[in-house]
Design a binder for this molecule. Structure first.
Ligand code: PEP
Ligand code: MN
Length: 263
C-alpha cells in the first residue's frame, strides 16, 4: 500500500494549513521532553514568531536507563494540548503503549512512533486503527525495507496518513550519536509515496552538525526537518547535550532560510 508503484502521486499530510509532501520543506521543533507548561510555551512562542506551526515534545520518553526521566505521561500530553491551542499549532508526540493510542488522539495531532518501537507491531496496528497522522521513525538498526514494512503495518489497518522519519542508524562510527543515512531519503521517496523527514538532532547528537545536516536533508529532497529546541538545554531532563537553546535556534532557522537549499 505504501509503494509508489501502486500510487504514483505523493501522499499529503495536512497539519494547520501546512501540506507535508507538497515538495516544500516543513519544520518540526520543540523540546526533547515536556518538562513544564512554561518550558513548552517558551519554545512555542519563539516558533510562533517565525510562523512555525509544528511543535514536538515527548510525554513518554523511551530512555536507555530506567533511572532517567521517563516523561510526564498524560500530564505532558495535556500541557502540549494547552500550548497547541494557545498558539494555534499542531503537536507531535511519541506514544509507546498501544493501549494509550486511543486516549492520546484527544490531545495530539500526530502520533510519533519512536525508533525503539519501529517494529512494535501491536503499536503499529493500534496507530493504524485511528484517524490521526503518524510520524514513524526508522529503527536504530532497521534496514530501509524493514522501515517500509513498518509503515505498511500502519497503512494495512486503514491509516494512510504517515510521515517517515530518518533519524540515524547505529554503525561503528562514534563521531556522531548515530549515522545519518542521507541516501535513505531519496530511496524512501522513490519506493514510497509518503513524506520523508530527517531528524537532525537524534541522528547527529551534535549541535554543530544540525545546520549542515538540515541543509543536506532539504537539498536531497526531504519533506521536512525535525530538531530539538529547549529554553535552557543545560538543565534539560533529557538530551541536554544536543538540544538548541533559543539563540542557537534563531541562528539555525535564519541560516537555513537564507541558504539556497530551502526550495
Ligand atoms: C524523540 O524524537 O523524542 C526520540 C526519542 O527519537 P528516536 O525515537 O528517534 O530516538
Ligand atoms: Mn531527544
Amino acid at each position: 500500500l505504501v509503494s509508489r508503484k501502486k500510487k504514483p502521486e505523493n501522499t499529503i499530510v495536512t497539519l494547520k494549513g501546512e501540506n507535508i509532501g507538497d515538495g516544500k520543506p516543513h519544520f518540526v521543533f520543540g523540546p526533547c521532553a515536556v518538562e513544564s507548561y512554561e518550558q513548552v510555551a517558551t519554545v512555542a512562542k519563539t516558533m510562533k514568531e517565525k510562523g512555525l506551526k509544528l511543535l514536538r515534545g515527548g510525554a513518554y520518553k523511551p530512555r536507555t536507563s530506567p533511572y532517567d526521566f521517563q516523561g510526564l505521561g498524560v500530564e505532558g500530553l495535556k500541557i502540549l494540548k494547552r500550548v497547541a491551542d494557545e498558539f494555534d499549532m499542531a503537536v507531535i508526540s511519541e506514544i509507546v503503549n498501544p493501549a494509550d493510542i486511543e486516549m492520546a488522539v484527544d490531545y495530539i495531532d500526530v502520533i510519533q512512533i519512536g525508533a525503539r518501537n519501529m517494529q512494535n507491531f501491536e503499536l503499529l496496528k493500534a496507530a493504524g486503527a485511528v484517524k490521526k497522522p503518524v510520524l514513524l521513525k526508522r529503527g536504530i538498526a532497521a534496514t530501509i525495507e524493514e522501515f517500509i514494512n513498518a509503515a505498511e503495518y500502519i497503512m494495512a489497518q486503514g491509516n494512510g496518513q504517515i510521515i517517515l522519519c530518518e533519524r540515524g542508524i547505529r554503525t561503528y562510527e562514534r563521531a556522531t550519536r548515530n549515522t545519518l543515512d542521507i541516501s535513505a531519503v531519496p530511496i524512501l521517496k522513490q519506493e514510497t509515496h509518503l513524506p520523508v523527514f530527517v531528524d537532525v538532532t537524534h541522528s547527529t547528537g551534535r549541535r554543530d552538525l544540525l545546520l549542515p545536516c538540515a541543509k543536506a536533508a532539504i537539498a536531497i529532497g526531504a519533506d521536512g526537518v525535525m530538531a530539538e529546541v529547549h529554553p535552557d538545554p543545560a538543565v534539560a531532563l533529557s538530551d541536554a547535550q544536543q538540544q538548541m537553546d533559543l539563540n542557537q535556534f534563531d541562528n539555525f532557522y535564519n541560516e537555513l532560510l537564507a541558504s539556497n537549499f530551502v526550495r
